[in-house]
Design a protein around this ligand. Structure first.
Ligand code: MRU
Length: 351
């Protein structure tokens, strides 16, 4: 899936489903190279998620769903149920923080449990993965409408975003970046400031790439410049995605998001989180319960093998942080917006 939905550009989507294999745009090589990797089984998909060939909470969930479909497609015919269950277990271990992964696997598991033969499972799991992919795109288009209602801009605004939440990170169009696309479509976007997003540089390598390709005006900034941009009065909203949202409205998102929320409150700038309801985890009370992934120190110490720090220096590399609900002005999903989120507002929309 790529290109246009009705007459709206949905951006460059990071996965192509072929029934017997999943092709993933290798996001580790962007923007230098556009290279597609073929994943022909659930383990290959899981490895691509772990290695960040594909990344972004919704895209991880969608890829995992296709991984389950591939497990059925390639099951040996003997104990096919055990093979699919094992594939789901492997996929569930690929990354810990984005709840969309577990949500997608649960959705696939439900379909799997209702199947009575391998042929039935092969057809139904593939159909479900495609549906899940399509639902994500539809959710992104819907949440952009709700976000614009919340923003209600009467003239073009500039916004600042963090990480990558675009077509590459989702089933198309994007979450926070979808809102930015919609502002642009409505001629209500002055400019996007994109945090480069150390250490993995999703902002410079992916967001700036997506926006440039789609002719959306973007200025790339070092993460540390965000405070100065806010102080200059240039931006009206900070718009970010999410990897998990808990019952009280706390939000786990890419490391550095919490900094932005603190700064936005200081500068009296709106702070908006945009994510599909598959990112909401009402089973967790607060952000304290979210497992935060820590990745290898090499991601901070070096870039493509070039040292940026003394070899072997100790590194702290949590790749997500938790923004408390009290710093968030609105959480926007395809089901609607929760303003000034708290447990009551969250329950009203998500139970
Ligand atoms: O580590 P990543 O690149 O998979 O990080 C996930 C993200 O893309 C962001 O945290 C994003 O804001 C939420 S997913 C649209």
């Amino acid at each position: 899936m790529a290109g246009r939905s009705s007459n709206r550009s949905i951006g460059t989507v990071a996965m192509r489903w072929h029934g017997d294999r999943l092709e993933l745009l290798d996001q580790r090589l962007l923007p230098a190279e556009e290279h597609w990797i073929v994943a022909d089984g659930a383990s290959a998909v899981a490895q691509c998620i772990t290695d960040m060939v594909v990344r972004g909470a919704p895209a991880i969930g969608i890829s995992a769903a296709y991984g389950v479909a591939l497990a059925a497609r390639h099951a040996g015919g003997g104990d096919w149920q055990a093979e699919i269950k094992q594939a789901i277990r492997v996929l569930a271990k690929s990354r810990p923080t984005a709840v969309n992964l577990f949500w997608a696997l649960e959705r696939m598991e439900k379909v799997f449990h209702a199947c009575h033969s391998l042929d039935e499972a092969t057809d139904r799991l593939a159909a479900e993965a495609v549906r899940l992919h399509e639902d994500d795109l539809a959710a992104n288009l819907a949440m952009a409408d709700f976000a614009l209602e919340v923003m209600n801009p009467d003239k073009p605004v500039a916004v600042l975003t963090h990480c990558n939440t675009g077509a590459l990170a989702t089933g198309g169009y994007g979450t926070a970046l979808g809102v930015i696309r919609r502002l642009h479509e409505e001629k209500l976007l002055k400019r996007v400031y994109a945090d480069e997003t150390r250490p993995w540089l999703q902002g410079s390598r992916l967001t700036a790439w997506e926006l440039t390709r789609d002719h959306i005006p973007v200025t790339l900034n070092a993460d540390g410049a965000a405070a100065a941009i806010m102080a200059s009065g240039k931006v009206k909203w900070i718009v970010v995605g999410a990897d998990r949202i808990t019952a009280n409205g706390d939000v786990a998102n890419k490391i550095g998001t919490y900094n932005l929320a603190v700064l936005a409150r200081h500068h009296k700038i709106g702070f908006m989180v945009v994510a599909p309801s598959s990112t909401v985890d009402m089973s967790l009370e607060s952000g304290k319960d979210i497992p935060i992934e820590e990745r290898e120190g090499t991601e901070v110490r070096e870039i493509r093998g070039i040292p940026l720090a003394p070899a072997g220096v100790q590194v702290f590399n949590p790749v997500f942080d938790v923004t408390p609900a009290s710093l968030i002005d609105a959480i926007v999903t395809e089901k609607g917006a929760v303003r000034n989120p708290n447990i009551t507002g969250m329950r009203a929309l998500f139970t």
